[in-house]
Ligand binder design. Structure first.
Ligand code: ADP
Ligand code: MG
Length: 699
């Protein structure tokens, strides 16, 4: 029988378990655990291996292990902190136990020649490997207790909830599940699982909570065990289904079809100083087809930095304006909003299009005027930050929402905007643009609600940026290079990236650098832009840089997204080893936008790790954003790539997108199968895995 057809009863409250009174119930609730099913899905995040004795000679720092040997010597050491040091050996090597707290009786127990067994974490100390406060047991070898026959699970926990509590809870939950399978039904089709050699749900849960002696500890420790893979797959599937369901819901609502002759767009194209690339033309065609339909467009345009997404957005906007609709263009920073506003003014004002800008800094009567103009339909296009979508903002006939640099926004914001834009029962079309080139399989999970277009070619004539990696101690040479370049008429960025998680400290670091560089380079016009400056100041500095009135612009990473000054052709990035590859790629994308050969210098501090060295080498080897993203994913995991840190997008409990990439295509296959054959399983799967706020269909 297909277990999926069993009637479900997943709502049994956790308070039904012994030992869960109101206090613990509250603490569990804070972790999102309300039901017995939730307890079952609160899985160990790792395991301790107390099933075998490790030879001391094989130990590595950081390892947790059981060891057994003979006591050689016990001695109180009076250093900075008094401690008891016990030297032990097992024939393969030696190790020191270190106890900061100990009783006289304990001390006397460490008798030379006796056998001791310990469990703890190995560290390197002044005299070789150590264990600090291990658990230990002293007894004749033949009287030692038996070793564990299974791995010990460790549960994620907070709030003073002890591991012992998790063991008690999971024990009871598993016992209940054995009697009442409907507490956690298997929503994956049994034949499909069998075909893919993945265990059924209950077997997987039991195994992960209580791995038996027959399980391969290595595969459990590294997450490749079929039981873990099965749950990771289920989790990825749930995220994917949630986004897909959201897409279906959105597309059940109508949108205004937009299908003008295209006269305005044609006029812009004629007036542009360049020809569109074939990639741009193809993407615009895809957008036009979407816009012409009476269901909302949900399209993501991916294009590497400098691939020319802005003009694609402008052409899409012109179609809507020609058809009498309004467009909102949203950017993650004010700087970028101002820049887009300027660019679009230059392109579109001659065509009679009315543009406005709305950011957080617009206050008082100018703000009221802008709001009124939007509400009365006197503006065709509004460019702004998320201020565009605040409560008080009303549009007369919002027809298209464009979100630039989407990775800077959370999936929540993106989805909430769709609803916000609805008017007279119709949803606006949505165009999302991102320069974060993420591998296709990952895109299909993270953006499962969107159709994807890719601008896969850079405009002709672009020369790849030459990247040089140099140690900080060669800074003087670099400064000299900046001087030469600027005197030869080139414009230069000097980027001081995030040092602290503090905009203030960052801004100060950039200020100091600017002062030092201005002193070292008196013949250059040096200026500064950072996140703590007033928007108008930032804008003024950028305008002067664009006009060629500044030679050297010192900046924090505020210039990371979108900034477009084609004449800048040299960039220095300090502390480059601290940045993710994708972020470096974004920053580097600020140069190499014109016809000139550009250079990017990555400065690093001494003492690089091997990984950091590899990462910087990748930057030197390639300008291809997709390759860089793939490597970044392998080296650092997907958090950075998707901007999940800020957003909680794909906040995964079991799956690890770096490790489990191969599951993404299986999740895709499975999603199709569920939509086609088991639609009733979808909602409970999503409820099981996604916390309330992340169930996209319910935003
Ligand atoms: P991004 O995709 O990073 O947002 P932009 O839209 O800022 O890129 O475009 C980068 C630069 O390339 C801009 O100066 C833009 O005017 C220019 N550009 C866009 N399309 C073309 C093209 N087909 N040929 C030449 N230059 C182009
Ligand atoms: Mg852009």
């Amino acid at each position: 029988m297909d277990t999926a057809t069993l009637s479900a009863d997943t709502s049994l409250p956790v308070s039904q378990l012994r030992g869960v009174g109101p206090k613990i119930e509250q603490k569990l609730a804070r972790l999102g655990i309300h039901t017995v099913q939730d307890v079952l899905f609160h899985l160990p995040y790792r395991y301790q291996d107390r099933t075998r004795i490790h030879p001391m000679g094989s130990l590595r720092p950081g390892q947790e292990a059981v060891i057994q040997g003979e006591i050689l010597l016990a001695q109180v050491h009076r250093g900075r902190r008094r401690s008891l040091l016990v030297r032990i050996a097992d024939g393969s090597g030696q190790l020191t136990l270190r106890l900061f707290h100990f009783s006289r009786q304990q001390q006397q127990g460490f008798v030379r020649g006796k056998t001791i067994r310990c469990f703890g974490e190995v560290r390197s100390g002044p005299g070789g490997l150590e264990m600090t406060h291990p658990r230990y047991h002293i007894a004749p070898a033949e009287q030692m207790p038996p070793l564990d026959d299974h791995l010990t699970p460790l549960y994620p926990s907070t709030d003073g909830l002890q591991q012992a509590l998790w063991l008690r809870l999971s024990e009871q939950a598993l016992a209940l599940l054995a009697r009442r399978p409907e507490l956690a039904p298997d929503w994956l089709p049994t034949p499909w699982l069998a075909e893919h050699n993945l265990p059924p749900l209950h077997q997987a849960l039991k195994l992960l909570h209580r791995p038996g002696p027959e399980q391969n500890p290595l595969s459990l420790l590294d997450g490749s065990h079929p039981a873990q893979q099965r749950l990771a797959l289920e989790e990825l599937l749930a995220h994917r289904l949630s986004l897909r369901r959201f897409r279906q819901q959105a597309r059940r609502q109508p949108a205004w079809p937009v299908a003008p002759p295209g006269a305005l767009a044609d006029r812009l194209r004629q007036q542009l100083p360049f020809e569109l690339t074939t990639a741009q033309q193809r993407v615009i065609e895809e957008i036009r087809r979407d816009l012409a339909r009476d269901i909302p467009m949900l399209r993501l345009v991916q294009g590497d930095v400098g691939s020319g997404k802005t003009v694609v957005a402008a052409l899409a906007a012109l179609h809507v304006v020609e058809a009498g609709g309004q467009v909102a263009l949203m950017t993650p920073t004010e700087l970028l909003a101002e820049q887009h506003h300027t660019t679009l003014q230059r392109w579109l004002q001659p065509l009679g299009v009315r543009l406005g800008v709305l950011t957080g800094r617009l206050k008082g009567s100018p703000r009221r005027q802008a709001l009124a103009a939007l509400a009365e339909g006197e503006l065709d296009i509004a460019v702004g930050t998320h201020a565009l979508f605040q409560q008080q903002v009303a549009f007369a006939r919002l027809t298209l929402v464009i979100i630039d640099e989407q990775h800077r926004f959370g999936v929540h914001q993106r989805l909430a905007l769709r609803q916000k834009g609805a008017h007279r029962g119709r949803l606006p079309h949505q165009l999302v643009m991102t320069a974060t080139p993420i591998p296709r399989t990952l895109a299909m999970t993270a953006y499962a609600d969107l159709d994807v277009s890719v601008i896969d070619r850079l405009p002709a004539g672009r020369q790849p940026v030459t990247t040089v990696v140099l140690p900080e101690r060669r800074r003087d040479e670099v400064v000299e290079r900046v001087r030469q370049a600027a005197l030869a008429g080139r414009q230069v960025y000097w980027v001081c990236p995030l040092i602290e998680e503090s905009e203030l400290l960052d801004a100060q670091a950039a200020e100091n650098t600017a002062v030092a560089l201005a002193q070292a380079l008196p013949e250059l016009r040096v200026d500064l832009v950072h996140g703590r400056m007033k928007s108008a100041e930032k804008e003024a500095v950028m305008a002067r840089f664009l006009a060629g009135e500044i030679d050297l612009l010192v900046a924090t990473t505020v210039i990371e997204v979108g900034v477009d000054v084609p004449r800048a052709s040299l960039m220095i990035i300090e502390n480059a080893e601290r940045l993710g590859l994708s972020q470096l790629h974004q920053l580097r994308g600020r140069v190499g936008r014109g016809r000139e050969q550009s250079t990017c210098v990555l400065l690093y501090r001494a003492g690089l790790s091997t990984t950091s060295r590899q990462r910087l080498a990748i930057m030197r080897e390639t300008n291809d954003g997709f390759k860089i993203a793939q490597r970044d994913l392998e080296l650092r995991g997907p958090g950075e790539l998707l901007g999940t840190r800020q957003t909680g997008l794909l906040n995964l409990k079991v799956a690890d997108l770096g490790r489990d990439q191969h599951l993404l295509s299986l999740a895709e296959e499975l999603a199709e199968l569920l939509f086609a054959r088991y639609p009733d399983n979808i909602a409970p799967l999503i409820r099981r895995w996604l916390p309330q706020g992340l169930r996209y269909g319910e935003v």
